[in-house]
Write a protein that binds this ligand. Structure first.
Ligand code: GLP
Length: 250
């Protein structure tokens, strides 16, 4: 695993964006696995900026997003489809039909999940998967205790995740209790994985994920088993990992 320790959120965003840009430059028709949450917002802004300066084109790129709330329409303010439009897709030249986000209103959620796995296979798999991390070590919406062997599936959100995500909704009651999410198995299939973390409130989760045992109680810990993982974080998020003796570079 490669670890890049960056001074702050801005530097972290720039570093992560440069790794994604390099992937796109090396393989213009690559498949990017994309993530939501506040952590990737800065790196998406950086990618959009490079595109607007004429330095980076996404015209051949295909994207698949990790997850979506069950029950939210694609144009709902807090849907992950809308998040992707607002934070990235509307500012770059990716073709709309090349962007894929699970449909939170699918009449048959299980069938939607199966079709998504099939789609990823037809695209040839994910070249670079971007991931954020929840405070409990969740990745996408794979919560502690979830089976590592699952591909895309319907998940019930943990109370901690509902608490963390209520800041985006008018009240806690409005936070959906379920989501559609790529599973750990889908994530591990990606050829390369890029994890972004920021802020002192993630420090414990980062240490548990990367300096602790691989356990389903900390879903991100499974990334220790993947052969090509890059972790990019700011000093605050990496502080406990550093204390635990993680070898840092960059
Ligand atoms: C949500 C998303 C995750 C994301 C996590 C952390 O639960 N499903 O993919 O990693 O939030 O978000 P943030 O970056 O806002 O801390």
């Amino acid at each position: 695993m490669r670890i890049y320790a960056c001074a702050d959120y801005r530097a972290m965003s720039r570093r992560a964006a440069s790794l994604i840009a390099a992937q796109v430059l090396l393989k213009p028709d690559c498949v990017l696995g994309l993530a939501t949450g506040s952590t990737p917002v800065g790196l998406y802004r950086q990618l959009a900026e490079w595109h607007q300066q004429g330095d980076l084109s996404f015209a051949g790129v295909r994207s698949v997003n990790l997850d979506e709330y069950l029950g939210l329409a694609p144009d709902h303010e807090q849907s992950y489809r809308r998040f992707m439009q607002v934070n990235l897709f509307d500012h770059i030249d990716i073709r709309p039909e090349h962007t894929h986000v699970l449909n939170g209103l699918a009449p048959d959620p299980q069938a939607e999940c199966a079709a998504y796995d099939q789609l990823i296979r037809e695209l040839g798999g994910v070249d670079l998967q971007l991931l954020g991390m929840g405070h409990n070590g969740h990745i996408a919406f794979n919560e502690p205790g979830d089976d590592f062997g699952l591909e895309t599936h319907v998940v019930r959100l943990s109370e901690r995740t509902i608490d963390a995500n209520q800041r985006f909704f008018a009240s806690r009651d409005e936070v959906p209790r379920q989501a559609l999410s790529m599973g750990i198995k889908s994530i591990l299939h990606a050829r390369r994985i890029l994890v972004v973390v920021s802020g002192a409130d993630k420090a414990e989760a980062v240490r548990r994920a990367f300096a602790g045992p691989v356990t389903d109680q900390v879903p991100a810990s499974v990334l220790q088993l993947h052969p090509d993982v890059t972790l990019v974080g700011d000093e605050a998020a990496l502080s406990e990992l550093k204390e635990a003796g993680g070898s840092l570079c960059g």
